[in-house]
Design a protein. Structure first.
Length: 108
């Protein structure tokens, strides 16, 4: 099981893979992150992050069918693994615990 915390970008990519379930691929992840975060993303950064998460066992991949629109190339789809879901759950718990420690303060 993956026991370290996730980096912010890694967490966002993994959340997107989980949200898109079996339909997540590089461009769909990029577009979803750009829409959600309101800023431009580099597709290379997403691919590097996906490769790193594959090596850590947080996601697994499969190839889709060959399509004419992609010039005969296949899409590589990603899906979250049990270890990836556990890492997201742990990240959520850690963030929630830290947030609960903020004292009731007001500004203004």
């Amino acid at each position: 099981m993956y026991s370290r915390t996730l980096g912010e970008f890694e967490e966002m990519v993994l959340l997107t893979v989980a949200a898109q379930h079996d339909q997540a691929y590089g461009v769909s992840i990029k577009e979803a992150l750009e829409e959600h975060l309101g800023k431009s993303m580099n597709i290379s950064a997403i691919h590097v992050t996906l490769k790193r998460m594959l090596e850590k066992g947080l996601v697994k991949s499969r190839f889709g069918g060959i399509t004419q629109e992609r010039g005969g190339r296949r899409k590589k789809f990603y899906v979250i693994t049990k270890a990836g879901k556990l890492a997201l759950d742990r990240q959520y718990e850690l963030r929630s615990e830290m947030y609960q420690k903020i004292p009731k303060i007001t500004f203004g």
